[in-house]
Design a protein around this ligand. Sequence first.
Ligand SMILES: Nc1nc2c(ncn2[C@@H]2O[C@H](COP(=O)(O)OP(=O)(O)O)[C@@H](O)[C@H]2O)c(=O)[nH]1
Ligand SMILES: [Mg+2]
Length: 347
Amino acid sequence: MRIHDDARQIRDELEQQNAARVSVALFGQPGAGKSSLINQIVGKKVAEVGVETDKTVDQKEYAHNGLILVDLPGYGTQRFPKDTYATKFALESFDLFLCVTSGKFHAADTELFRKLDAMGKVCIFVVNKHDELWEDGVTIEELEQRKREDIYRQVGKRVEVLFTSCRKNTGLGLLSETIAENLDTAKRERWLRGAKAHSLKFLQQKREAAEKYVTIAAGASAANGLNPIPGADIAVDLSVLMKLFVELRECFGLSDKILNSLKESAIPTVSAVANNVIRYAAKEGILLLLKQFIGRQAIKSVAKFVPFIGQAVAASAGFTITYAVGSSYLNDCHELAESILRDELGR
Ligand SMILES: Nc1nc2c(ncn2[C@@H]2O[C@H](COP(=O)(O)OP(=O)(O)O)[C@@H](O)[C@H]2O)c(=O)[nH]1
Ligand SMILES: [Mg+2]
């Protein structure tokens, strides 16, 4: 039985997944919408909007679901001169940068971009307040093209330019998808799990990242096998499953407040699923769920990510159960998130 060797490997894998962080720094002129974008990206109001103190205050850092979003102060101001800026704000340490603009594009942004570009950093240009882009007799496509050309000209190369509106909730899905595409595997998975889904495509990618996480956590729970399950010949680690369920709720944006409102939904399937997600959150609930799956004869483990947990664990009875339990919770969370998102997108 290689299960004990596998156990250590899975625990390490789970620890790595939990420890992964993605740090994104936003810069741009005060009022461009950096704080608003941070709130949209995490799907929660963490940053204060409309405070025009960016020029004088230090960097502001917001941590959420493994994401670290940093609102950088103005570049090359009296307080933060250019020559010490990169060191002071540890620019080298960030995974990705967003240059946020609206209205006119500023020379300070170009200069900071050049510095980042020279450091080999990924920087995506976000033209926010897309809803305010309007000119009599000019199509929106033409106006977007002008903005793009203006940025290309100023920075001297064809960079990635995306358009968003925090007010109308447009372009945010593509922004998060593009950020994901620019990260390496571990960071991408963390980003997918942590950032809010603004598009069905992103939600699907989030689901896939969550499936991998479920496999690893279920494997760790089965391999640790600390708590014997009454009435069955298996032992699992309940605390790992509880943490998994917390992570899944966070991953799909299901706060207690949202769950409680979904519980009252007029759509019977939604309220039923919300009730399940709430009920199975506690330890007693997890035990209930485990028992349900133990009672089923025909469950097979069809894990896609067996390489991450090892054959011995994947073949064990404990894993068959923990994986089924984790997958069922994931399905419920995903279903609720999809109904919320379809509602937000108006379809
Ligand atoms: N019309 C419009 N206003 C926005 C948008 N995003 C942010 N704002 C507003 O612009 C102002 C500045 O936003 P804030 O996020 O604080 O910008 P920051 O200074 O770059 O952090 C606030 O009044 C926001 O409500 C948008 O997409 N469209
Ligand atoms: Mg701000």
